[in-house]
Design a protein around this ligand. Structure first.
Ligand SMILES: Nc1ncnc2c1ncn2[C@@H]1O[C@H](COP(=O)(O)OP(=O)(O)OP(=O)(O)O)[C@@H](O)[C@H]1O
Length: 576
């Protein structure tokens, strides 16, 4: 919790102001029972109405001051709370941006979203409340007891016994509450997960008519969340009746002893009224504790979840001793006995891979599904680190390069195309921040998407719907290829990015790619695509079974022959 609260530091002045204003309110509240005692004992009982008027006016005046201090305190508390939430959300976003792919495996996306939104809001509200009422309540309990002891020591002794017992009870409740609310947040993660999957896979759900199943899944997750929340709140609210019972019993005892003390002359009526007044104020402060407990328990659970994200060490950070200016100039790619295994898995998915890709060459990576093609590609921009061996770009180990400089020279089109909300133009320019319109159009032309874009209602200014729903699969693929081409990369990685293109468009795309003189890696399952490459890497169960051009593999590799025959039929001429 304290780690997360350290982000409050820039708002120290505002917090001091808020607490100062809160102390004014508190002082007035603590003084009023004393004034009341004075009005009763020296004014009403003595029939001296000047005392009543005088101290009555003081009470009114101080009430007004407390009221204004309360409003100002709310403003200051809101300022701190909102700015703190803003800073914490930014920090979390920044942290998540620095995550490696392996780091992402630690947290489900839905959980990260809940942590960045709901969990931050919980803490933000707690900060607001701590400046507004949270500290005021315990201070009121403490100083209310001191003041009561000052007014009449013997009568107020009852506080000395009841208040600590109640405080211990409340602390015990808070610890219990924290565990319960952590579970509530987990249930919220689950609701978000079902909702996210449902919205992302809506087409599939409708096509397979799984709507009812999804609805049941959501109702179950939602019910679990509701039940957990109700259970947690019920446990927390149990504290309220216990609190009221103990404090009201205390007030009855004070009134009984107070009455006896007035009879024997050891206490004045005003003093008894003042002590009862302190008792009711302390009771209401303690009852606010119940609310505070709920908020605080929830915030503590949320703070823990946020701390977990902030504590993640990116396993792909740049080494300090590297030359941060080193960049990819030619695009030579060398894999030297590379072994790779995904974090938290038991077996390597790439085993002893070695090959050289010369600048400007086109390399096709062919292999059955799950053979490790995408995994191999991800090692080039260092999205993961190898477990053994080396990946060298222009002779330099990718781990010895600044990640930004490394990725600047690489155009990557992932298997799953993702378009961002915005215009077609913005989506292409995502690959190069300061791209001019000419560059955008050039990239689009080379990616064979320019003509399609020109037919869209607003051309390059057409808004791409959420996740590109108003574009076909092939159009989305070409748009993301344009996004990669716009930075004129030295190395281009196409992860099955031409799967939705017809043969003619694909051929035109490859012709256009020639003008980029970049080293191009194409992950594909299509022999027709692989045949056009200078070198084919044939992967089989994570191992490099064969490498060479089509002719060479056709002559020497039985598996390659089998793949070609299965895809192209036996009548084709296979020698280029
Ligand atoms: N993030 C991950 N964590 C753990 N294992 C993974 C991860 N991604 C892929 N794998 C595993 O690594 C192996 C190789 O996967 P990869 O995606 O590289 O294969 P592929 O040849 O590209 O397959 P496809 O043609 O179906 O895309 C598979 O067995 C897969 O289950």
């Amino acid at each position: 919790m304290f780690g997360v609260l350290s982000y409050l530091k820039p708002y120290t002045k505002w917090m001091i102001l808020a607490w100062g204003l809160m102390l004014i309110e508190l002082a007035v509240e603590l003084w009023h029972p004393l004034l009341m005692a004075k009005i009763i004992d020296d004014g009403i009982l003595q029939h001296d109405f000047s005392v009543v008027w005088k101290w009555g006016a003081v009470m009114m005046g101080t009430s007004l001051i407390a009221f204004m201090a309360g409003i100002a305190n709310s403003f200051a508390a809101a300022h701190v709370g909102q700015n703190y939430g803003f800073a914490l959300r930014n920090r979390l976003f920044e942290k998540v941006q620095s995550f490696s792919f392996a780091n992402f495996n630690q947290f489900p996306t839905s959980s990260l979203i809940t942590r960045m939104t709901n969990d931050v809001t919980q803490i933000q509200n707690t900060v607001f409340m701590s400046l507004r009422i949270m500290l005021r309540a315990p201070l009121l309990v403490l100083f209310g007891t001191v003041m009561a002891l000052y007014v009449h020591f013997k009568l107020a002794l009852i506080f000395v016994f009841t208040v600590p017992i109640l405080l211990l009870f409340l602390i015990w409740m808070m610890n219990k509450g924290m565990a319960l609310f952590k579970m509530v947040q987990q249930k919220l993660d689950e609701v978000n997960e079902v909702m996210r999957e449902n919205l992302a896979g809506m087409k599939l759900i409708k096509a397979l008519m799984r709507g009812e199943h999804e609805q049941r899944r959501f109702i179950k997750a939602n019910e679990d969340l509701m039940n957990r929340t109700v259970q947690s709140l019920q446990v927390m609210e149990l504290s309220m009746p216990v609190l009221l019972f103990v404090m009201n019993a205390g007030i009855i005892v004070i009134l009984s002893f107070g009455n006896m003390s007035i009879q024997i002359g050891s206490a004045k009526a005003g003093e008894v009224v003042a002590i009862v007044n302190y008792a009711t104020r302390i009771t209401s402060a303690l009852s606010i504790f119940t609310l505070i407990l709920i908020v605080f328990s929830r915030a503590k659970a949320s703070a823990q979840r946020i701390s977990e994200v902030l504590a993640v060490n990116s396993d792909l950070s740049d080494r300090e001793e590297i030359n941060h200016k080193t960049t990819v100039k030619e695009g030579k790619v060398v894999f030297e006995n590379v072994y790779f295994q995904y974090p938290n898995t038991h077996a390597p998915v790439l085993k002893n891979i070695s090959f050289i890709a010369h600048p400007g060459e086109t390399i096709a990576i062919l292999g059955a599904t799950g053979s490790g093609k995408s995994s191999l590609l991800q090692l080039i921009p260092r999205l993961y680190d190898v477990n053994k061996g080396r990946v060298l770009l222009d002779g330099i180990d990718v781990r010895d390069m600044n990640q930004e400089m490394l990725r600047k020279e690489i155009g990557f089109v992932p298997q799953e195309v993702l378009l961002f909300s915005g215009t077609v133009k913005e989506n292409i320019a995502f690959g190069k921040e300061d791209a001019s319109m000419e560059e955008i159009m050039e990239a689009a032309k080379h990616a064979q998407i320019h003509e399609t874009i020109m037919k869209l209602p607003n051309g390059y200014d057409t808004i791409v719907g959420q996740k590109g729903v108003n574009l076909s699969g092939g159009q989305k693929q070409r748009l993301s290829i344009a996004r990669a081409l716009i930075r004129k990369p030295k190395i281009l990685l196409l992860d099955d990015s031409t799967s939705a293109l017809d043969l003619k468009t694909e051929a035109e795309l490859f012709k256009a790619l020639k003008s980029y003189t970049c080293t191009t890696f194409i992950v594909t399952q299509k022999v027709s695509t692989a045949m056009k490459a200078d070198t084919i890497l044939l992967l089989d169960d994570g191992g490099l079974l064969a490498k060479g051009n089509h002719e060479c593999l056709w002559k020497s590799c039985a598996l390659y022959q089998k793949i070609v025959q299965s895809q192209l039929g036996s009548e084709e001429i296979y020698i280029c």
